[in-house]
Design a protein around this ligand. Structure first.
Ligand code: PGA
Length: 249
């Protein structure tokens, strides 16, 4: 059985004080960690303070960066490396988010390098894939997502620290959620792909999250689908109340 994972992607929101407060509130709330894994993904500047809050509460909440650069150090003004996020307390990283792909022009090949380096450094990777509205309307959503997956995971042999997040771009921050049936259809195709490229046991154990306007009132229906193993939550993760309702769906 795959254990559900609910991850909060705080994007470029919250200052240091607000991030620490939100992390503390999440930690002080009633969460049955034997039933659900929880992950928080603050901005780079807030990783340390969230890490400190998680440690002092002693709660098993995973801590992810929202991105990372490929090099360990050097003259790369403005970038943040894997050793840096690890030393700040991160044990995971979100890679290939559509906002990185679209706004910052990240390619599957670049994401693939980051996936290799992050896994090599022992981080858990939450790899995001998802189609644009035009691609869904053109009937090519499955092939677009599988192409992203194939390229982003090229040369990766061990998926034990990989989580896939299916996030249809048209559903992110728009209030439009994929129907549970549409999410399930894509998740099943993704799992089938993992079974073909890797093996059945990798396919059975990998967690596939859904992301895109996940809210307290739609999480339960999404989670009823057999291949939906959790959620990557943006907007609704910024308020303790809505995030906790999702975690405790
Ligand atoms: P949203 O974002 O929940 O605000 O749609 C999800 C995401 O981008 O991870």
């Amino acid at each position: 059985m795959r254990k559900p994972l609910i991850a909060g992607n705080w994007k470029m929101f919250l200052n240091v004080t607000e991030a620490a407060e939100l992390a503390k509130t999440v930690c002080n709330s009633n969460i049955d960690y034997s039933k659900t894994d929880v992950m928080l993904a603050p901005s780079f500047t807030n990783i340390s303070v969230v890490s400190a809050a998680l440690k002092s509460a002693g709660k098993p909440v995973a801590l992810a960066a929202q991105n990372v650069y490929t090099e360990e150090n050097g003259a790369f003004t403005g970038e943040v490396s894997i050793p840096m996020i690890k030393s700040a307390g991160a044990d995971a990283v979100i890679l290939g988010h559509s906002e990185r792909r679209i706004i910052f022009k990240e390619t599957d090949e670049f994401i693939n390098v980051k996936v290799h380096k992050s896994l090599g450094a022992g981080l858990t990777v939450v790899l995001c894939v998802g189609e644009l509205l035009q691609e869904r309307e053109a009937g090519v959503a499955f092939e677009v997502v599988l192409a992203q997956l194939g390229k982003s995971l090229a040369g990766v042999n061990d998926l034990s620290k990989v989580v896939i997040a299916y996030e249809p771009v048209w559903a992110i921050g728009t209030g439009k959620t994929a129907s549970p049936g549409d999410a399930q259809a894509m998740h099943a195709v993704i799992r089938g792909f993992i079974a073909r490229i890797y093996n059945n046991s990798a396919a059975e154990s990998i967690r596939i999250l859904y992301g895109g306007s996940v809210k307290p009132d739609n999480i339960a229906d999404l989670m009823k689908e057999t291949d939906v193993d959790g959620a990557l939550v943006g907007g609704a993760s910024l308020k303790a109340d809505s995030f906790l309702k999702i975690v405790n769906y």
